[in-house]
Design a protein around this ligand. Structure first.
Ligand SMILES: Nc1ncnc2c1ncn2[C@@H]1O[C@H](COP(=O)(O)OP(=O)(O)OP(=O)(O)O)[C@@H](O)[C@H]1O
Ligand SMILES: O=P(O)(O)OC[C@H]1O[C@H](OP(=O)(O)OP(=O)(O)O)[C@H](O)[C@@H]1O
Ligand SMILES: O=C(O)c1cccnc1
Ligand SMILES: [Mg+2]
Length: 492
């Protein structure tokens, strides 16, 4: 998939905030082309008051960065922009620079489908600071949204257990790309299929669906509507039974189902889209079983989310096998955005000088950024379950005794036993602008989510007051950060 070409037929290189270009211009104009930086994209708080987040969107980002160059058309647009004095914002020389621009940063990122936690860099960008700056906004745009939706889908998967989950969100999603990115992230996070046909084609996601109330209403009776649908598509019959009277609708579905059976076909399912989904599904299951349709599925839809699905299954014994979830998933109804940020960790004047560590101060401790050239190490218990994550400075040697400290609460700290198995989460994606990463198929990414979810204690996966998985700064990085905070405070 090539989002820029297949999806838009146009370059997305101008998809950034204007201030990224004005800052880039500033570096160019004042002779800071050799200045280098390291930036980290991370979030501070899990979405949905949850205890985990699923990283998603890297493949889109790779595609964006591989196509990052400025065509004659794009530079002409930038050249046409004026400042508040009515004069061109950018000098001709900068426009020439952009015309010859070649992306040259090193990028490391957490593989898509990895379960991640607050403060952990999901993407690290190192290289000419001008370039690091330009790509801040698209990184956040892509990773924030897809990680949000993949997380929502993973929560739905926890509730639906082994049932089928269908994503029906296109009509309520945030516009065109919102819907496509949501379908992709939903599939990765836990859905089995989407109703969005373009997403199916672009990303290789299975597409599925039933029929609407309007189909039933366009015939003289519900029975003739079902019969006509069966005539047209005898191998794809999931009848929506609640247009008039749901119990009557189930009876009509059974009647047509018997004819399908006689012709050697199946009644695949019925769909409930209103009323008491627990009561109606129990009634429908009884009627279907009694008529010999034990393998006919019951699909439910209508404003579903992870809480309602869990409640219907666990508390109300609802007899539903397939869940169609739209608005609350694709539009991330209860939390519209993941607040991921992109912060500078260190700068150097040129590639041969030393890194100078940087922090952004804030009144709130949680908002003080972390310095350094960060990597994330995930430690495992001997049984393969995750123990704790450590954010550390890649260019410093680690002490022999490892201690991790929560950056917003130093009382929360953990000693890592010696010889604990570990894995470093940030993997090389681009080296000096060249792709060095083998992009996994979407199915592999989806499988990674399921596998990752199994590595964590159930406490982090519960919806109310989840357990907080231990993540901290390695002690010497924590000390370095504290020293930087003190230094800035003393300057005040
Ligand atoms: N057994 C149940 N327990 C809890 N909530 C349920 C149950 N059954 C349905 N719901 C939810 O209750 C809400 C209202 O259902 P209702 O049938 O009134 O929906 P509606 O959208 O108003 O229906 P209609 O399409 O007939 O207008 C929906 O969000 C639905 O998912
Ligand atoms: O409820 P969602 O999770 O978004 O799932 C998608 C919904 O879209 C369709 O109806 P639509 O909402 O368009 O009309 P209706 O509510 O009047 O049935 C469908 O029948 C589902 O109810
Ligand atoms: O196929 C369906 O049943 C469907 C598709 C989109 C939205 N609601 C339902
Ligand atoms: Mg609706």
């Amino acid at each position: 998939m090539n989002i820029t070409k297949d999806l838009y037929g146009t370059s997305l290189s101008l998809l950034t905030d204007l201030y990224q270009f004005t800052m880039a211009y500033g570096y160019w104009k004042t002779g800071h082309l050799n200045k280098e930086g390291v930036f980290h994209a991370y979030f501070r708080k899990h979405p949905f008051k949850g205890g985990f987040t699923v990283a998603c969107g890297l493949d889109y980002l790779i595609d964006f960065l591989q196509n990052l160059k400025f065509s004659a058309d794009e530079v002409a647009y930038l050249a046409s922009l004026n400042g508040s004095d009515g004069k061109p914002l950018f000098e001709e020389g900068f426009i020439d620079y952009l015309r010859d621009f070649k992306f040259s940063c090193d990028i490391e990122a957490v593989a898509e489908g990895t379960v991640v936690f607050p403060n952990e860099p999901l993407v690290r960008v190192k290289g000419p600071i001008l370039e690091c700056m330009l790509i801040e906004t698209p990184i956040l745009n892509i990773i924030n949204f897809q990680s949000l939706i993949a997380t929502k889908a993973a929560r739905l998967r926890l509730s639906a257990k082994d049932d089928q989950l269908l994503e029906f969100g296109l009509r309520r999603a945030q516009g065109i790309d919102g819907s496509l990115a949501a379908s992709r992230a939903s599939y990765i996070g836990g859905c089995d299929a989407t109703s969005n046909v373009l997403a199916g084609k672009l990303f290789g996601i299975p597409v599925k669906g039933t029929h609407a109330h309007s189909w039933v209403m366009s015939f003289d009776s519900e029975l003739s509507a079902f019969e006509t649908y069966a005539e047209a598509m005898p191998n794809n019959c999931v009848f929506l039974v609640d247009t008039y009277d749901t119990i009557q609708g189930v009876a009509h579905a059974i009647e047509v189902g018997k004819k399908l059976k006689a012709q050697g076909h199946e009644l695949n399912g019925i769909r409930l889209d209103s009323g008491d989904l627990a009561y109606l599904s129990i009634q429908a299951r009884e009627m279907l079983d009694h008529a010999g349709f034990e393998s006919t599925a019951i699909v439910a839809s209508n404003d579903l989310d992870e809480y309602l699905i869990a409640n219907l299954k666990n508390e109300q014994n609802a007899q539903i096998n397939i869940w169609g979830v739209g608005t609350k998933l694709a539009a991330s109804f209860d939390q519209p955005a993941l607040g991921g940020v992109y912060k500078i960790g260190a700068v150097k004047e040129n590639k041969d000088s030393h890194w100078k560590y940087k922090i952004k101060l804030s009144e709130q401790l949680i908002k003080v950024s972390n310095p350094g050239i960060q990597q994330v190490r995930r430690y495992y218990y001997p049984d393969g379950q995750c123990m704790a994550d450590m954010i550390f400075d890649e260019i410093e040697e680690l002490p022999t005794k490892i201690k991790v400290i929560d950056p917003s609460d130093s009382f929360r700290n953990k000693r890592i036993p010696d010889y604990t198995e570990y894995e470093d989460l940030l993997q090389p994606i681009f080296k000096k602008g060249d792709l060095v990463y083998k992009r996994p198929e979407i199915k592999e990414i989806k499988e990674r989510v399921a596998q990752q979810m199994s590595l964590f204690h159930s406490g982090i996966k519960r919806f109310s007051n989840p357990h907080i998985y231990p993540v901290g700064l390695e002690e010497s990085l924590y000390d370095k950060k504290s020293a930087l905070i003190l230094m800035h405070k003393n300057e005040e």
